[in-house]
Write a protein that binds this ligand. Structure first.
Ligand SMILES: *Cc1c(COP(=O)(O)O)cnc(C)c1O
Length: 418
């Protein structure tokens, strides 16, 4: 408290509320510092980070190897733009090719920019390679998609809050129902150049596609000369228990979009990855970004990829995820009918709350007050996606706090029997 009785928490929240645009409604926790999977607020309270900035902090906060790589690069050079070559971008691109299996990558900064890159690439490929008249190219997108917040991308969102009042929108997108092949076929025309899709729909509530959907989609894309573009900005780089979520489906897309964890918890770094036959539509002056692939970002991303590999974070994610999933299912059984579903893959789990009981936001705020950071998506789903570095002990501690919070709420709502 200061002399006027305002807590540090209230003071910082007050400044953001007073001077910021109102485009977010944050959980009322003011973070001061963080280390690996733990976060401390300005009052000195400790939290377990079960959100990891939507996968951006998959390596844990301020991973020492990644911070050291950043420091080393900061002694040399940070930003030069792509007007010149550097010593970190080439090695990053080489490493990306090794881990993704794609021949080339185009670095950008935010996920949305890499999605925009994919859209431009698909359209130019559609015109120049597939022979669709320029301006007639169509891209299929799923209902319930989330690919970012630019005007082009929100134009094909099915979320009214993301769109309303922001038109006119960019044309050339058609919707299909996620997981439904018949709906893909119905939406397609001869001018379809690409399908842009998430391997798991995160924002929509951590929706895992029905088995076989991606295999059928892959076959259909191949048969119809349509690019399958996989947006793994959130799913990629180990989150689901494999390097890339498409590996669970036994397929390989034609292009891959990475972001979030690619910045290794330090910087915004994204990339559009594809083989030469697709990527070659880009020539000098056709696309670019001032900060994309800058020396510091590339050094950080490269070290991040090495850490994922050398510390076994991808290899251990599946078993950790199964443990977390099983423990959350136990809580579900204890508080019937408050939790209607627990779903996900790897360390990416959605807990779906029965809307007649309470909202996800209510529980997210109670969880934060009890020392666990999570985030709701829509009214009913709580997302749990801790850093891949999380220990079993810390997961158990977080689940125990979650259990206490929901059992308490269950009792308050009069749902407990006896
Ligand atoms: C977060 C996200 C994006 C957008 O990334 P930004 O860095 O916020 O622009 C795109 N696609 C998916 C699947 C995402 O989860």
């Amino acid at each position: 408290m200061d002399a006027t009785g305002t807590s540090a928490t209230q003071s910082y929240i007050g400044k953001e509320a007073r001077y910021g645009a109102r485009n977010y409604a944050p959980v009322p926790v003011v973070v001061d510092h963080a280390k690996d999977c733990l976060v401390w607020d300005v009052e000195g309270r400790r939290y377990i980070d079960m959100m990891s900035a939507y996968s951006s902090v998959s390596h844990g906060h301020l991973h020492p190897r990644i911070v050291a790589a950043a420091h080393r690069q900061l002694e040399k050079v940070a930003v030069m733009s792509r007007a010149y070559y550097g010593t970190t971008l080439g090695p990053l691109l080489e490493k990306l090719s090794e881990v993704t299996g794609f021949e080339r990558a185009l670095p950008m900064n935010t996920g949305a920019e890499a999605v925009e890159t994919a859209i431009k690439c698909a359209r130019r490929w559609g015109h120049r390679v597939k022979g669709i008249p320029d301006g007639q190219q169509r891209i299929l997108v799923a209902r319930g998609n989330f690919h970012g917040r630019t005007t082009t991308i929100i134009g094909f969102s099915s979320e009214e809050d993301y769109r309303t009042g922001f038109g006119p929108f960019c044309g050339g997108f058609q919707h299909f129902d996620y997981g439904d092949m018949a709906s893909v076929q119905a939406a397609a025309t001869e001018n379809t150049c690409a399908v842009l899709v998430e391997p798991i729909q995160g924002e929509a509530g951590v929706l895992v596609p029905p088995p076989g959907f991606f295999r059928e989609l892959r076959e259909w894309c191949t048969a119809n000369d349509v690019l399958l573009i996989d947006d793994e900005v959130q799913a990629g780089l180990g989150r689901t228990g494999k390097w890339f979520a498409f590996e669970h489906e036994g397929i390989r897309p034609d292009a891959l979009i990475l972001g979030k964890a690619l910045g290794a918890g330090l910087l915004p770094v994204s990339a559009f990855c594809a083989d030469d036959k697709v990527m070659s539509v880009f020539v000098p002056n056709s696309h670019g970004s001032t900060f994309g692939g800058n020396a510091l970002a590339a050094a950080v991303a490269l070290e991040g990829l090495k850490v994922l590999e050398e510390e076994g974070l991808v290899a251990n994610c599946a078993a950790k995820g199964e443990h977390l999933f099983r423990r959350l299912r136990e809580v579900q059984a204890e508080v019937k009918p408050l939790i209607r579903d627990v779903r996900g893959r790897g360390l990416w789990i959605g807990v779906d709350i029965e809307p007649s009981c309470t909202t996800a936001r209510d529980l997210v705020e109670r969880l934060a007050a009890a020392g666990v950071l999570s985030k709701e998506t829509h009214e009913t789903v709580i997302r749990f996606a801790p850093p891949l570095t999380i220990t079993y002990e810390l997961m158990d501690e977080a689940v125990e706090i979650f259990r206490k919070v929901v059992v308490q709420r269950h009792r308050e709502l009069g749902l407990a029997k006896g």
